[in-house]
Write a new protein. Sequence first.
Length: 211
Amino acid sequence: MIKGFDNDKYINLQSEAIKKRISKFGNKLYMEFGGKLFNDLHATRVLPGFEHDAKLKMLLKLKNDLEMIVVINALDIKNKKIRADINLTYEEEVFRLIDKFKKYQLEINSVIITQYENNQATKSFINKLAKKQIKVIKQYKIKNYPHDVDLIVSENGFGKNEYAKTTKNLIVITAPGPGSGKLSAILSQLYHDHQRKIKSSYTKFETFPIW
């Protein structure tokens, strides 16, 4: 059977498209990663010829220019939210992702905790990350988010969040599952970059995007 998809071509074209997107907007790009980064078996079923690790291979082509940030919502830590497809809590999935990144030598910048709450579950999670020497960035709840734009883009909105200092051109933002707050985490980073006169931009990577 002739496969209708060229996996190598996909990896090369996507890598080049990302490089062009980086250079177009100030040489710092936050890329929200949609879908599964590892073992995307759904994509392999949908498109014969697509390999389950294609997105990983694409990132490995860019690894000298990228750093990874994992985002998790504090409520999901507290409530022990579960990824039903793999039967792991969101917290456990964060550590699984970290171990995978280390295995493939993908630089880990930090873990961002959105809607941060100072409770025992979150403290325990932070202590576990500290043992792995992973930096933690705290982002706080903002009243009337996302409607009160004036408050959100002020010192009392994104301005009160901690800032993840980045050095690479491509910052890949991933999460243990939906609802973790990837977009709000990125918008906070863009705000703080702007305050520091750093030009940066945002894009969302989908498995089969149209650029």
